[in-house]
Design a protein around this ligand. Structure first.
Ligand code: ADE
Length: 254
């Protein structure tokens, strides 16, 4: 998969080469990342990429011409790519969207700066708009890197033969269970016995229940969409009963 990134800060993307799985994926040619400087598509002496907003107001808006030229250049080079604008106004990026994007032949990621990009770019020149969360960054570059990272690790081979992507938080619809490694006892906290038991069935059950518990506590919204098995329901009912007992005990005490 090729990621072409249109940005006024192409050098930011060299951080992807510092280390980790994305660096390895680039080196092993599972992915390529090509940042393109939008300023290279300006025609004036100052290489201007922004201007004041029509209608007034504070901040600056990215001019449409250099962005449009950069998008056209990238599309000509990579005609099968899907063009995505990174913007807080886009649809929310999640594991499912990351998975969906792995189906693209290539991605052209357009990074806005300032108060945003001229609306006509959004209307006529991009296929999709993505936000990485309900907060405003100073530009789309970090968002583009998030997309590159999350999509890359789903491309078969990038995780180096491990099938850990299938077990991730969200790909199962639940948060991931806790993980432990050596030492067995760390600063007074021990690894749960079941993980040392060698009983694969018991480990699997413990992990599933730990995932459910974490999800209930931290992200109950995920469970609304999620199919729960009969065993999951048994566990949740037991949890509910335990909570009711605790509440009952405390309310009679107070
Ligand atoms: N640009 C600025 N904020 C952003 C966000 N939350 N997601 C994607 N692009 C952005």
């Amino acid at each position: 998969m090729n990621f072409t990134v249109l940005t006024i800060f192409p050098e930011m993307f060299s951080t992807l080469l510092v280390g980790g799985i994305v660096k390895r994926a680039i080196e092993n040619e599972y992915i390529s990342v090509e940042p393109i400087d939008i300023r290279g598509f300006t025609n004036d002496r100052h290489r201007t990429v922004d201007d004041r907003p029509y209608g007034g107001g504070c901040g600056m808006v990215m001019k449409p011409e250099p962005v449009a030229e950069a998008v056209r250049h990238a599309r000509k080079k990579r005609p099968e790519s899907y063009t995505v604008l990174l913007t807080p106004q886009g649809r929310l990026f999640d594991q499912q969207v990351a998975q969906e994007l792995t189906g693209c032949k290539g991605l052209i990621l357009v990074c806005g700066r300032y108060e945003g990009i001229d609306e006509r770019i959004r209307e006529h020149l991009v296929d999709d708009e993505i936000s990485i969360g309900d907060y405003v960054l100073t530009g789309g570059e970090l968002a583009a890197m998030v997309v590159i990272d999350a999509v890359s690790r789903l491309i078969p081979g990038t995780l180096g033969g491990e099938d850990s992507a299938q077990e991730d938080s969200f790909s199962t619809g639940l948060l991931e269970h806790p993980q432990y490694t050596r030492p067995r006892s760390f600063e007074g906290a021990d690894v749960p016995d079941v993980l040392l038991s060698g009983n694969h069935g018991a480990v699997k059950e413990w992990r599933r229940q730990a995932s459910l518990l974490r999800t209930v506590l931290n992200r109950p919204d995920l469970l609304r969409e999620h199919h729960l098995s009969r065993d999951d329901m048994e566990f949740m009912k037991k949890l509910q009963k335990d909570i009711k007992t605790i509440i009952g005990k405390h309310s009679t005490e107070s």
